[in-house]
Design a protein around this ligand. Sequence first.
Ligand SMILES: [Zn+2]
Ligand SMILES: [Zn+2]
Length: 418
Amino acid sequence: MGIVAPRGTFDIMPDDAGLWQFVEGLVRETFEKCGYREIRTPMFEHTELFERGVGSTTDIVEKEMYTFKDRGGRLITLRPEGTAPAVRAFVEHGLASRALPAKLYYMGPMFRYERPQAGRYRQFHQFGMEVMGAAGPEADAEVIAVPLEIFRAMGIQDVVVNLNSIGCPSCKPAYRQRLQEAYAPVLGRLCPSCKSRYDRNPLRLLDCKSEECRAALPEPPTIFGQLCPECSAHFDGLRRLLDKLGVGYVINPRLVRGLDYYTKTTFEYNVGGIGSQDAIGGGGRYDGLVEECGGPPTPGVGVACGMERCVLAAQANAADQEYQAGMDVFIVSLGEAARERAFELAHGMRREGLAVDFDMIGRGLKAQMRYADKMRARFVAILGDDELATGEATVKDMSTGEQTRIAQAELAACVRRQ
Ligand SMILES: [Zn+2]
Ligand SMILES: [Zn+2]
């Protein structure tokens, strides 16, 4: 066997590309309908951006980044997520001084060095949206609601929104301290990463998946008694807005999400019930991040979702649907002179906006007809010696089998009429 794709990557082959294009089109259409505009950032950034913008105590930064020195000795990281790059671009291009809020969306590959398993890849795809410059709960409700529209359109059922607040710089420190006090007696029983995060970021102890850590303190204190009036009002406002839309959610006090920069709202979409590992996306508010990345104080909130999951769902829900558009005409040619004429005709008709293909390897009549059928051509135009001599083509309507002979010059108009 020759060289194969690296572990944790996959090819999107032509047979599947139509499905991906369908999902991408729906994502794009939904975001644009909601007033979001696309941002495309580089696949790699300075490593420092993610250390600052994702957080040094996160799994992503601690264990999962593709980081290397380039030939100029710069420390570079393949982007593991889309928010920090979007915020970097927002600051770099001075979007804060333009009309706010900035409403951005993105989609594309992300890179994380994780153990590959079913549905998890090292190069995977996300779509996401960011709202920068809006402090109120309307923005949080919006970033929660818009992806739900996309999931619904893909036929992804039973999405549960897990919702939490993790407070702000004025109320989070007291909660951190309360968590440390609660975990102090069981510190010895925690896993190594929880032990190391106990001082640096005790909130992360809440979402550790290890059984021992869960068992060590089955019911850690929640933040809800300790939220400051502003965070409390924000959370209540968000809940009212979600109720208005009929969005089902559960409050999950363990949901702190992997990124250090979150403030107030955190949320996650789960399929298959509460606390399920099967998260298909999530996000939160990051009021301090723009400033952390060198911009003016600007509130922000965003969400990111897995594309692979949407593609699988779209496939399962419309298994027999053809996502690749068929051809309008396939030109069958018999003999070299006819093949040259077919080439010329095909390009002329393409210029007129039709999808046209022709035989370029001199196959026989039957093989060309089979190929036309496989390409789902609506019409086949046959050029033989006879047709060449009279300047005509024999046109076959592939749905009815009906055959007519028309002038080659009429071909485009004839196809367009039907
Ligand atoms: Zn607060
Ligand atoms: Zn742990």
